[in-house]
Design a protein around this ligand. Structure first.
Ligand code: GDP
Length: 292
């Protein structure tokens, strides 16, 4: 772990590794560097302060285990606490019943539809055969976007652009696909009022009874991620998060306040517009990015 850390983490850690003595001042300096990097990456200030305090307490009070130098010990503490902040590597999708139902929620533009394509490809490669239900009655192009996507990937799709009743679409779709191993339900990302959108999520969730709810968050929106996550989590229990658009300059730190707020792990990240630009979340890489 420490080897990887040495390879991956950035100047702050290199600096720490280069120190000959680890004392209170060095610990404080390292913490300042980390704070600066995290705040620049859009991590919520309260999270940063809590993290700093924990690192400082542990670094100054914990005895290193036998055979571990004080320096290695501090590096390990910093690493552990950063992993705590971003969450452990989440379990990948575990499909343990049939049909396994995944409900996708997230605001319009977050990359929800693109991500449904990506996760479907990912699950297809694992031997599953996802079927998609489109319940987005709000955005006229949603059905067409899914139709093209599913046609290219050879996936069954249920939707009806003429039907404006999302709950009815959900029910009919579930009925159509009851023999499938895996059903992915796409939902609307926008309504006239946010309250209508959230009410609809709650009602769809009650009908679908999902085995897993995935919240899609745009990695470039910074601190708004927290409010979005909170709003959706009031309508249904969010099981995991996918952060999109991490191919650009966004470091995705804002999404961490969503993780902290609702306690759901990040499972995947989106790294581009193409269907294969999708990877399992790797805490270590994410930390490097945050500090880099
Ligand atoms: P939806 O409204 O939430 O369904 O969002 P879409 O799936 O239609 O995506 C909105 C825009 O974001 C589209 O132009 C997508 O190509 C783009 N997009 C989605 N995911 C990513 C990503 O990981 N990286 C980049 N660069 N663009 C993405």
């Amino acid at each position: 772990m420490l080897d990887n850390l040495g390879k991956n983490l950035t100047n702050t850690m290199k600096k720490l590794a280069g120190m000959s003595i680890i004392d209170k001042e060095v610990v404080k300096e390292v913490i300042k560097d980390i704070q600066r990097a995290l705040i620049q990456s859009d991590v919520n200030i309260k999270l940063v302060l809590n993290l700093s305090k924990t690192i400082e307490d542990r670094a100054l009070n914990e005895e290193p285990p036998k055979g571990v130098t004080p320096k290695e010990h501090v590096i390990k503490i910093v690493y552990e606490e950063l992993v705590n902040l971003v969450g452990e590597k989440a379990q990948e999708v575990e499909i343990d019943k049939k049909p396994y139902k995944i409900l996708f929620v997230g605001l319009q533009g977050s990359g929800k539809t693109t991500t449904i394509g990506k996760i479907s490809r990912y699950l297809q490669k694992k031997g599953f055969n996802p079927a998609i239900i489109c319940t987005d009655t709000w955005r006229p192009a949603a059905y067409e976007q899914l139709r093209q996507l599913t046609e290219n990937m050879n996936l069954p799709l249920y939707g009806d652009p003429e039907n404006k009743d999302a709950l009815d679409l959900a029910k009919k779709g579930l009925n159509e696909f009851k023999k499938q191993d895996l059903i992915i339900v796409d939902t609307a990302g926008r309504h006239k009022e946010e309250k209508d959108l959230l009410d609809e999520m709650e009602e769809i969730s009650a009908i679908v009874k999902p085995d897993e709810v995935i919240l899609v968050i745009d990695g470039t929106i910074g601190q708004q991620a927290r409010e979005q996550a909170l709003a959706f989590s009031k309508t249904t229990k969010i099981g995991s998060i996918i952060i999109t658009k991490l191919d650009g300059s966004a470091k995705g730190g804002g999404a961490l306040s969503a993780v902290a707020e609702i306690g759901a792990p990040i499972k995947f990240i989106g790294t581009g517009e193409r269907v294969d630009d999708f990877e399992a979340f790797d805490p270590e890489r994410f930390i490097s990015r945050l500090l880099g």
